[in-house]
Write a protein that binds this ligand. Structure first.
Ligand code: FES
Length: 406
């Protein structure tokens, strides 16, 4: 972050982003482009929040594992022989090689470099030719473990060992997604992630944004979900997630050329759910687009101040994939989805360029951007509280600037 931004005036100015949407303005552009701010944001957001890394279905059997990474932290998630779900750093505690890549099923992790061997829970089982090494204690050289929680079939981890549980702060979102029974929804593992040259918040804001639907996506693939039917519910102040619903012009609307669901409707849905779409967000990683017959989930993994990777997956009702025509129906959905996503991706890339400009604004919002304000309401207290904490630590140490801040 530029030195002149790291001060009380800057952090106080963020409060204008959490006013009522009629009065609010967007966050300062520096929050989206500045390397120092990204370093600050790692502490304010990523080091203490629950981060979605994948689906529990990806590690169904003992020995199953998958790897991922976020904010430069390589992670491996595994199911142990005792059927416990474990998440840990995949960084070998010898000299830093990654002990696992991709996904698969294993009895443990053997580091390819010098063959240190770790159990599925991360403990160090064997380290060859270390018997002459002084004070080497195998028990303290295991892979660092992270907290794990599963919400609706999604695996979340937390780097903070003292983090409070996620579910009690997600009650509002849990309630609205309940009819879809996401824990039992099915879907293939996503393919390779997209590598996107824009800040992770630009991605979140795009997915939250009801305002652009009738403009950027104007046409037969989207007009049945008009911006004017967006609804932004009031949520508890400490909520870990937020959502908007968007009314549709006909029941069971879905993104494809027929404008109607092509796959079986989630069995728990009532009239209310079948006449709207639901956009739910669990920042800083998980974003859901929920229709009557299909859920598109995006796992957004920040990789730098102006980059992120994104896993894009779909979930459908149990049994839907057994239909011999499933592949064809899904292809019809995805053909439309990719057209819409391509429009979004182009805008996101151009927005990132715009945000680097000296003329980038703190813009004002339409009422149809209530979810942007909700996102600001999630981010801003974390930014402001972390700044306060860093200042207090700085004062305690007698430092001129908070440690670690450029
Ligand atoms: Fe893993 Fe040496 S770096 S065993």
């Amino acid at each position: 972050m530029k030195a002149d931004l790291f001060n009380d005036a800057f952090f106080d100015s963020l409060s204008s982003s959490v006013l009522d949407v009629a009065d609010a303005e967007s966050l300062p552009p520096a929050c989206y482009v500045d390397a120092g701010f990204y370093a600050f944001e790692k502490e304010a957001v990523f080091n203490h929040e629950w981060l979605c890394v994948g689906r529990e279905a990806w590690v169904k059997e003992p020995g199953d594992y998958f790897t991922t990474h976020i904010i430069d932290e390589p992670i491996v998630v595994a199911r142990t022989r005792q059927n416990e779900l474990k998440a840990m750093s995949s960084v070998c505690q010898h000299r830093g090689m990654l002990v696992a890549e991709g996904h698969g099923n294993a009895r443990g992790f053997v580091c390819p470099y010098h063959h240190w061997t770790y159990g599925l829970d991360g403990h160090l089982v064997n380290a060859p030719a270390m018997e002459k090494t002084c004070d080497f204690d195998k028990r303290s050289a295991g892979l660092p473990n992270f907290k794990v929680e599963v919400w609706e079939g999604f695996i979340f981890i937390n780097f903070d060992p003292d983090a409070p549980p996620l579910a009690p702060r997600l009650t509002a979102v849990t309630e609205v997604v309940k009819p879809y029974d996401l824990a039992n929804a099915e879907g293939a593992r996503p393919g390779p992630p997209g590598k996107n040259p824009w800040n992770w918040k630009v991605m979140f804001e795009n997915n939250n944004d009801g305002y652009h639907a009738s403009r950027l996506h104007h046409g037969p693939l989207h007009d049945f979900v008009p911006s004017g039917l967006a609804v932004f519910p009031e949520l508890p102040e400490d909520t870990a997630g937020y959502y908007r619903t968007n009314g549709t012009l006909h029941a069971d609307a879905s993104f494809n050329a027929t404008q109607k669901a092509l796959l079986p409707i989630f069995p728990g849905l009532g009239e209310v759910e079948r006449n709207r779409m639901l956009f739910a967000n669990m920042p800083p990683t998980l974003s859901l687009v929920i229709m009557s017959d299909m859920v598109i989930y995006l796992i957004v993994r920040a990789t730098g101040p102006e980059t992120h990777e994104m896993d894009t997956g779909v979930l459908v009702a149990p049994g839907a994939m057994e239909d011999p025509a499933y592949e064809h129906r899904m292809n019809m959905n995805m053909a439309a989805a990719y057209e819409i996503i391509a429009q979004d991706m182009h805008v996101d890339e151009m927005v990132q360029i715009g945000l680097r400009s000296r003329f980038a604004p703190r813009g004002r919002y339409s009422w149809q951007e209530g979810a942007q304000r909700a996102f600001n309401g999630w981010l801003t207290p974390r930014y402001q509280e972390t700044w306060k904490k860093m200042k207090a630590e700085q004062a305690a140490k007698g430092l001129a600037r908070p440690a670690g801040v450029a």
